[in-house]
Write a protein that binds this ligand. Structure first.
Ligand SMILES: [Zn+2]
Length: 232
């Protein structure tokens, strides 16, 4: 009997990591599917508005206070998503939330601040889709874990090097809960899973600088749509 129990225990110990990995893979596929649907709908929304991008800001936009609602409204509630101007293009609350997101947020995803948002973008954001010559290289959406109760405003990192920011400086953190990486989409609608290589990326706080961090360098390479325009 003891031998049988021991064998079962060994089998369970062997199976459990496999089961857990399968579950995590399912979460990742689900999340990437959400991002794909949101991103394709972002394109349709843009086409329906003659190339004008939906506002990436989801707090009170300091650049356009009360003039233009963000794609979802401020706050962490069903209504903040459902009553936002973007919801008719994706009329399903579940698509806005990743099953791996255990922060309590109703919405897991943010639009890049460079796409009609911008507080720390140093004036390099775009308002229409026209200037983006290489949409497959410009980040559209990121999964975010904003510690302020909901994913406030767009997802932002500063440009690579300015007088104000160092080239390895962050503003908003990235998530790490998909196999120590994050999901993100691009302006052309495709979705990627980036695994972080630097442990500091898992613990970024607002405005943190992480010198020699390859993860932030990779993000900055893809975050500025006008920089993408200039690349060969
Ligand atoms: Zn996710």
């Amino acid at each position: 009997m003891l031998v049988v129990i021991a064998i079962i225990a060994v089998l369970v110990s062997l199976l459990f990591p496999a089961y857990r990995r399968a579950r995590e893979s399912a979460y990742l596929v689900w999340c990437m599917n959400n991002l794909g649907q949101l991103s394709k709908s972002w394109t349709v929304y843009t086409q329906d508005h003659s190339g004008r991008l939906v506002n990436a800001a989801t707090g009170v936009n300091p650049l356009t206070p009360e003039l233009e609602a963000g794609w979802v409204l401020p706050g962490n509630s069903r209504d903040s998503v459902i009553q936002g101007p973007f919801y008719p293009w994706v009329p399903s609350l579940e698509i806005f939330h990743c099953p791996k997101d255990e922060t309590g947020h109703f919405r897991s995803y943010s639009i890049s601040d460079y796409l009609n948002g911008g507080e720390y973008t140093e004036g390099r954001e775009v308002r229409t889709v026209n200037p983006i010559a290489q949409p497959a290289q410009a980040i559209l959406m990121m999964e975010e874990n904003d510690p302020r109760g909901y994913n406030m405003n767009g997802w932002c990192v500063p440009p690579r090097q300015t007088q104000r920011f160092n080239k390895t400086q962050w503003v908003d953190p990235a998530v790490w809960w998909h196999f120590e990486g994050a999901t993100l989409s691009f302006v052309d609608g495709h979705v990627e899973h980036w695994v972080w290589t630097d442990p500091r990326t898992y613990a970024v706080v607002f405005f943190m600088d992480t010198p020699e961090n390859a993860d932030i360098a990779r993000i900055k390479e893809a975050i500025e749509p006008l920089r993408a325009l200039l690349k060969p």
